[in-house]
Design a protein around this ligand. Structure first.
Ligand code: SF4
Length: 266
């Protein structure tokens, strides 16, 4: 069995505790307006025509996005980093795209990683069947779980899918006893109005269990916009500004009332 991966990040410190290796798995059922990894949304490998410019000169070439890796390939990569992962109490994170879209492979690789005593994290949009999440529970130490909008209609408008399944999965995971870090992308003009922030805070507060370890507020940034140019994909967030440091501090303060540790960034 093989998994389709479009990027591998070694020495990652933002995708769970310690130093980690993060595998970005290709394919996502969502289509968020602000997605920082647009090349990861399509579930198949693609060859993308790229243009690089040096001064007045243009250079054209094709870049392959997505490569198949076996379980053994992934273990080999992890084994080379084992000393750093162990010493930092880190591990391996499966991100995307949406890793649950390659459920069979994810389940297999999580089982093998646990058998090899790696700390495992799954970074997910929450959009997969409840049964799939129950299946990976025994092999997953930590869920990085995105909550983007509490209003179903607005959620559909900005991500392309309903939030019902996502919130159902969140509730199930909260009862599981596994560690959860909620990640909230802060997107000015989309989910940072007072009504929505109050609704989200109330939800996080009223549903929290010991599983909820942290809330991470991820400020919208434009770093991904250059990728849209490179991959010739229209960028839909040109007119949206990044939230200021002061605004993010305000929001951190605001969510601290939930009684859960709040952090700016991943
Ligand atoms: S869930 Fe993540 S990977 Fe998928 S479209 Fe949204 S931001 Fe991109």
């Amino acid at each position: 069995m093989k998994g389709l991966i479009f990027s591998i990040k070694r020495y990652s410190v933002h995708d769970g505790p310690g130093i980690r290796v993060t595998f970005f798995m290709k394919g996502c059922p969502l289509n968020c307006l602000w997605c920082h990894n647009p090349e990861g949304i399509s579930a198949i490998p693609v060859s993308v025509a790229m243009t690089n410019r040096i001064g007045e000169r243009e250079f054209h070439h094709n870049e392959e996005v997505g490569k198949y890796y076996s379980v053994e390939n992934i273990l080999d990569i992890l084994e080379k980093e084992r000393v750093f992962l162990n010493q930092s109490k880190g591990g391996v994170t499966f991100s995307g795209g949406e890793p649950m879209l390659q459920f069979e492979f994810l389940l297999e690789i999580l089982k093998v990683c646990k058998a090899n005593e790696y700390h495992t994290a799954v970074d997910t949009s929450g959009y997969s069947s409840v049964q799939n999440y129950k299946s990976i529970l025994p092999y997953t130490d930590l869920f990085l779980f995105d909550i983007k909008h509490m209003d179903d209609a607005k959620h559909s408008e900005i991500t392309g899918v309903s939030n019902t399944l996502i919130l159902d999965n969140y509730m199930m995971l909260l009862e599981s006893g596994k560690d959860i870090i909620v990640r909230v992308p802060v997107i000015p003009g989309f989910n940072d109005d007072p009504d929505h922030l109050n609704r989200l805070k109330k939800f996080l507060y009223s549903t929290k269990t010991v599983s909820l370890r942290k809330i991470c507020l991820l400020p919208y940034h434009k770093i991904g916009s250059s990728k849209y140019k490179r991959f010739n994909i229209p960028y839909r967030m040109e007119n949206v500004d990044t939230p200021s440091k002061e605004r993010m501090k305000e929001l951190k303060e605001f969510f601290s009332d939930t009684g859960v540790k709040v952090k700016i960034g991943g």
